[in-house]
Design a protein around this ligand. Sequence first.
Ligand code: SF4
Ligand code: SF4
Length: 436
Amino acid sequence: MNILERRKYRGLKIPNYKESTADKLVVEATVPEELCFPMAMHIGAPAVPCVEVGDRVKIGTLLGTAEGKISANIRSSVSGKVVAVEKRASFRGESETVVVQNDFTDAEENLPALQEEIGPKEFSARLAASGITGKGGAGFPAGVKYAMDKEETRYLLVNGSECEPYSTTDYRIMTEYPEEIIAIIELITRVYQLEESVIAVEDHMKDALLALQEAIKKRGAKRIRIHSLPSEYPAGHAALQIRQVLGIEMEEGQRSGDAGILQSNVSTIKAMYDALINNQSLTRRVITVTGPMLKEPKNLMVRLGTGVQHLIDECGGLKGEADMINGGPMMGRPFFDTDLPVDKDTTTLLFLEKKEKPKETPCIRCARCVDHCPVALQPIVISNSYRQNRWDRAKELRAESCISCGVCTYVCPANIDLLKDIQALNKQWEENRNDD
Ligand code: SF4
Ligand code: SF4
């Protein structure tokens, strides 16, 4: 079944709350004395530490090597000395972590220069060496994604829609680095011999749109176009965006790669520029640090491994006790420890007013959750199955197709945390299925 077949789903109009950082230039964050590099910064197997306590490292030195088929290298974002290799808390749970004491010399170890003409093999190998993972939040290793047979691939779809409220990372990157973005898209289009490459942006992103158009014109790039999407949530959802932008319908369980489409976030494209043109590994990223409880919201260029508290201080501190979210309010995850280090897929750190969770009331069968689910699930039925301990219904109800967009919970007038139940059911299904 086509996952969007039930109706021509568009999206939900929600307030975007981007005004406090949208027009603020990206500024370099100061770098702390000690940085922590969890080996689990991506989807797949964690990297394996390849340094020991006492080793000297530079910016770009390999700290952990990719392990297995789906994994990614981890490189140091500062020069200094390794002072610990031990288990520590991270945004992805407890992880083996390399701790580096900064010597503040910023000595750098670059990747070797590439030949002028490269093919898909060299391109994907460079992404893997650099340690690039999807920077939109998914954390899939880019070296794995781009290591495919070029014959099968026809399109590149660059997601710049950034539909999560508060986040302005991608918007700033498109506005401030348009030439770098177009240069890499042009390279990918040539290397993979693509028919077309498209950048999807939301229609409110006027400055980004103009900057990208100008860069396309300046380079005379022929097979690159920009597609302006209505500002609706979740405009960044893969299947939805593929249909709206390329007119291709995805089947249930089909990945974009299977449909001949390379899909990357615009921040990932910028990281590719640094790796391929500047010979720099992935060691830093832009993060929107924002929310009504933060004194001075900012877009910061942050060295990976920097602790959250350091960034709160960079933004003038908090106004009081806050609900802290790694990501946006729709898909982000709450966290409670400001010592956690930012990693490759930290897009936004959000500090909201502390609020009592609204009291749940009985379902009134309004069907809003069903009508608004972008992948045509029945969230209330899945939630009920979880509450009745019927994890065995997960497959029949297609619970695994949930993209965790949070729309069902958002629209529910009875304040039922449907997404939480769906995730719990999927976890039970996963655990019990593995017991078979
Ligand atoms: S979070 Fe809810 S609305 Fe979003 S895909 Fe999952 S079930 Fe559907
Ligand atoms: S949106 Fe809430 S109240 Fe309406 S049917 Fe779904 S669970 Fe029930």
